[in-house]
Design a protein around this ligand. Structure first.
Ligand code: SAM
Length: 271
């Protein structure tokens, strides 16, 4: 079992509506709708990732982990961690480095996978058992907007393909800042805006026509993949998202596009 640490969100006095893909919905209902999407696709989520990205998601995630430079003793919180892809890569990379540096006999790296969706975590735990990863990993059901962890308790925070699903992105960023120790690093991997104009039309045709069909064929759920495509178009472009990260208090905020801006990796530091 994983720990259930979902906290009630404080009522939000600001804007009461938001987007769910291209639809405008009440803020109060978005989280439940997102949860339905991932309940529906959880069992086929990993296969679909490979199919829809042609395996590219593996390279993007490996790049994120290389940027993080996992090391012995590092305590990572991977939010919206789903089925554990980032966590497994983190532990493997930290283990390799520790092996190279065994003379120091330093403490092992640790990761907490936090996700709002119990079914995604269940799949993740089964994958961890299959891989024999039973130590140094913790599975927690929780909301990125109100994390049940003490302030200044992690060296690093990652979120991969998760933040665009969050209702109040500003709250999630504030929570990321709160739980990081001074000197801690924030990394966010997310679909972004293409920086190669000639790719636009091909990407749109693929996303709006082929991808929902693949979703239907593999998971039996076309709508969830329609939501995925639409949610990517609603997420702020690279520069705007960089501003939001800075507004949350992070310093030395930078980003790097991957695959022509299909994905961007944003980085910030709590200094
Ligand atoms: C596209 S999946 C990404 C999973 C994983 N990080 C990966 O890269 O394979 C998005 C995940 O975000 C989770 N999620 C959505 N809203 C969330 C929230 N408010 N707090 C925590 N997790 C959330 C979903 O349950 C889902 O597992």
């Amino acid at each position: 079992m994983f720990r259930n640490m979902i906290k009630e969100n404080a009522p939000d006095s600001a804007e009461q509506t938001t987007h769910f893909g291209f639809r405008t919905v009440d803020k109060a209902s978005k989280q439940g709708m997102v949860r339905n999407v991932f309940d529906s696709v959880a069992k086929k989520y990993d296969v679909m990732n490979d199919v829809m990205s042609g395996g590219l998601h593996r390279l993007w995630k490996e790049d994120m982990i290389r940027t993080l430079r996992p090391e012995a003793g590092m305590n990572l919180l991977d939010v919206a961690g789903g089925t554990g892809d980032i966590a497994f890569r983190f532990l493997e990379a930290a283990h390799k480095r520790r092996g190279d540096d065994s003379a120091t006999h330093s403490e092992a790296a640790k990761v907490t996978v936090c996700d709002i969706n119990a079914q995604m975590l269940d799949v993740g735990r089964d994958r961890a058992i299959d891989r024999g990863i039973l130590k140094n990993i913790d599975w927690v059901c929780g909301n990125a907007e109100s994390l049940a962890f003490p302030s200044s308790s992690f060296e690093a925070y990652t979120i991969a393909f998760g933040i665009r699903n969050v209702t109040n992105v500003d709250k999630a960023l504030a929570e990321a800042y709160r739980i990081l120790k001074p000197g801690g690093r924030f990394l966010c991997l997310e679909f972004s805006k293409l920086d190669m104009p000639f790719l636009d039309k091909i990407y749109d045709a693929y996303s709006f026509h082929l991808l929902p069909r693949f979703g239907e064929m593999i998971t039996g759920d076309r709508e969830s993949y329609q939501y995925l495509v639409e949610s990517i178009r609603q997420f702020p472009p690279q520069e705007k998202f960089k501003d939001m990260i800075e507004e949350a208090g992070f310093k030395r905020v930078t980003y790097r596009n991957m695959t022509g801006g299909i994905v961007a990796l944003h980085s910030g530091w709590k200094i």
